[in-house]
Design a protein around this ligand. Sequence first.
Ligand code: PLP
Ligand code: CA
Length: 304
Amino acid sequence: MSSQPLSPSNFKDLFDSVEAFLFDCDGVIWKGDELIQGVPKTLQMLRSKGKKLVFVTNNSWKSRSQYAQKFQSLGISVSQDEIFSSSFAAAMYLKAKDFPSQNKVYVIGGEGILEELQLAGITAFGGPHSLVQEDANKTIDLKQNCFVEHDKSVGAVVVGIDPNINYYKLQYGTLCIRENPGCLFIATNRDAVGHMTALQEWPGAGCMVAAICGSTQKEPVVVGKPSTFMMEFLLKKFNVSCSKMCMVGDRLDTDILFGQNAGCKTLLVLSGVTTQSALQDPSNNIQPDYYTNTISDMVDLSKL
Ligand code: PLP
Ligand code: CA
């Protein structure tokens, strides 16, 4: 069925039937570091009407506490408990799998992943500042052009966005996955691109994940949207049934699919990466229930 534009009558039905709104962040709340217009008053209106709010981002660069700070710096008060980042999802996935305490995690990605793993009591190393060229020169046996050794206790490699990605990090992750028996390969997300700045999209974690898929010939477990893992975790925490949730996002193949996979209502906003013509293109087979320009349209519709 094709999507309907949000209107006074369907908004009332949606609003009355939904207890919790799940908001994607980039393209819905902000673009890069810039707040999208009308967001604070929209969130305020929803809170004043007793709706639960949850913020779900695939960007693994930051931890939940770093995202809480970002919200605060943009003038929005959001508690850490309302935030679900793919960095947190990676840590929760390993905990759910009873990751052995004697094993370590090698991270190709940001400090956010390292912080969430540490908070979950999991030993991790790697991250954005390790194995940069100078380290690599010390670690690599240049004559034989191979690593002197890699840590055999690495039981999982977590891959997320890493602007300092390089050949040595790829080699270290590849060695762990190929040579350590049972080593897990976890992707925080597979977004093709993301907003590093408001004006331009840059290669996303999907690019780094694809490199490791290429070298290992293995497929990762994806813990971010559209995977059901994050949704199952979230449902347990908030104790709301899927039919009483609405997922609001700007990307069809992550946000809208994430909501649809779980049986939530879905609302696409056109303030991010998806245009109305892309939504209505006959080749697009992901149709949200509703679409509208920005989340602030909800404020006007709630007054009618
Ligand atoms: N990954 C990266 C690196 C990004 O920069 C972004 C958006 O800026 C995303 C993922 C997608 O984030 P979200 O799920 O909040 O749209
Ligand atoms: Ca988004």
